[in-house]
Design a protein around this ligand. Structure first.
Ligand code: FE2
Length: 148
């Protein structure tokens, strides 16, 4: 976050950073110690991203998007699943089969999250909130372009 655009732009930039971290982990040989440091960065980025979404994105989705409560509830449940995997990853070392399994499961889950948000949730929100109203992460969506 803090990339200077509106909430959707900032969260999309986070997504690209996380994609890049997965690519860097996958590009290194299995037991390379750098993969542990990259997994720690990935963990920090994903937790920070989840917190930002729960603080700025989902309240706006609940408030402005039709069916937003169900959409936000599903996203938050997915965050819980990712957090459980990250907790498990914390104790794994590169070279352990479990490390690779967890990275792959995390990548599948995060890829589905990114696709769902960028192809469905963000366009739905952008449709009911003007770019100005979306604001930055310090200024949550505050106006509805179309009446309910
Ligand atoms: Fe996201």
């Amino acid at each position: 976050m803090g990339h200077g655009g509106n909430v959707i732009q900032e969260l999309t930039t986070d997504h690209r950073e996380v994609d890049e971290l997965f690519s860097q982990i996958e590009a290194l040989p299995g037991a390379d110690g750098q993969r542990r440091a990259l997994a720690d960065r990935l963990t920090m980025e994903l937790i920070r991203h989840s917190v930002a979404e729960e603080e700025y994105l989902y309240p706006a989705v609940r408030r402005y998007v039709d069916g937003g409560d169900d959409l936000a509830d599903k996203e938050i449940a997915d965050h819980g699943e990712v957090e459980r995997m990250l907790k498990e990853l914390e104790d794994c070392r590169p070279g352990d089969g479990r490390f690779d399994t967890l990275i792959l499961r995390l990548k599948n889950s995060v890829t589905a999250h990114v696709s769902d948000e960028e192809n469905r949730l963000f366009p739905m929100l952008a449709d009911v909130c003007s770019a100005d109203a979306l604001g930055t992460t310090g200024q949550p969506c505050g106006a509805r372009r179309h009446p309910a």
